[in-house]
Design a protein around this ligand. Structure first.
Ligand SMILES: O=C(O)CCC(=O)C(=O)O
Length: 339
């Protein structure tokens, strides 16, 4: 993957040269102590509030016998899920879009890092996910994949940075991420539907031989950065603590995006006819809409069009809710996957 040019003017440089070089060489980087605890605790409070709201709704409807209201964030959902999968499913699919989450996506320390890697016209990619990895849950383990496996082929060659943020300490026992380093400059690997029909996966036989997976624990407050072509996976959570995490993504406005922004003179959107990425044959006349069209991107930092930055939490909620669904190219002949 060709690293995108970064702004050399007054851009903040939160990553040291060694850290940035490590990321570009290895395809991943752990940044310790990126977040202040109040920012993370506000998100935890928002998620806990949503769990409580949904649990009470199901309790009132007679679908839940026990609220387990005295259990903490690290344990409550497991007990609720033992009675009904509905709370877990609503959190997973709920597209939580509250103010604390919005503020985390716009957290200045995080945007400084994203800007350093992606450039100054910074888009928050539509793809952000909340992952309560419950002990023993079959959806907890995520097979080897590259995030680009889920995105439009046009965007394979651009950089979309995944920022994986644990909301509890992510240890090997709790199922932290594993990565395959130094593969992100190679062409994308083939993906297929996984055995439980939930995720995409790289078939085991097609995983490059001789590349040793790296287990990457991350403490609460830190983050793991990945490129869109870095193969990664996570395995079982063998503890009794829910390994809560979020994954956010950032890209340059120079990549296809459905963010509501005006185009600047000379700011190019790659053509789908092979100029960038591996556009499928049937897409030659299709304009690139976004790297992930099903959901809404938005501008989070800009020097060239600061008035178009999304700053209002309610506008964020509305944007996410009202976005007209548009499918992603079915490049692996599978069904539509959302994460
Ligand atoms: O959190 C996990 O276990 C998997 C995360 C992941 O695959 C991703 O962020 O792309």
């Amino acid at each position: 993957m060709k690293p995108r040019a970064t702004n050399t003017l007054a851009a903040p440089r939160p990553l040291s040269q060694d850290q940035a070089a490590f990321f570009l060489r290895e395809g991943y980087l752990v940044v310790e102590d990126l977040f202040d605890m109040p920012a993370l605790d506000a998100v935890i409070g928002e998620i806990s509030g949503e769990i409580d709201r949904k649990a009470r709704e199901l309790y009132a409807a007679g679908k839940l016998a026990h609220l387990h209201e005295y259990l903490d964030f690290e344990h409550r959902l497991t007990q609720l899920n033992a009675q009904t999968p509905e709370v877990y499913q609503s959190i997973l699919a709920g597209r939580l879009a509250g103010p604390a989450l919005f503020n985390l996506i716009r957290h200045p320390a995080l945007l400084d890092v994203a800007e350093q890697l992606c450039g100054p016209e910074l888009i928050a990619s539509s793809v952000y996910r909340l992952r309560p990895k419950m002990p023993g849950h079959p959806w907890g383990a995520v097979p080897w994949h590259q995030d680009s496996g889920y995105f439009e082929p046009f965007c394979d060659r651009g950089l979309i940075v995944t920022v994986w943020i644990p909301l509890v300490d992510a240890t090997p026992e709790r199922g932290c991420l594993h990565v395959l380093p130094r593969l992100h400059r190679d062409p994308i690997l083939r993906h297929v539907t996984d055995k439980i029909n939930v995720y995409l996966e790289i078939p085991e036989a097609e995983l490059p031989k001789g590349v040793k997976p790296v287990c990457v624990p991350v403490r609460k407050g830190g983050a793991l950065l990945l490129t869109n072509l870095t193969p990664h996976a996570s395995f079982d959570n063998t503890t009794d603590v829910i390994r809560w995490s979020m994954d956010l993504r950032y890209q340059s406005a120079e990549l296809p995006t459905n963010a509501r922004i005006s185009r600047l003179p000379g700011e190019s959107v790659p053509a789908p006819d092979g100029a960038q990425g591996d556009a499928p044959a049937d897409a030659t006349n299709r304009p690139p809409v976004a790297c992930y069209p099903p959901e809404a991107d938005f501008l989070v930092r800009s020097r060239a069009r600061p008035e178009q930055i999304l700053k209002d939490a309610e506008a964020f909620r509305q944007l996410r809710q009202e976005h007209a669904f548009s499918p992603v190219t079915d490049r692996w002949n599978g069904k539509f996957f959302v994460s």
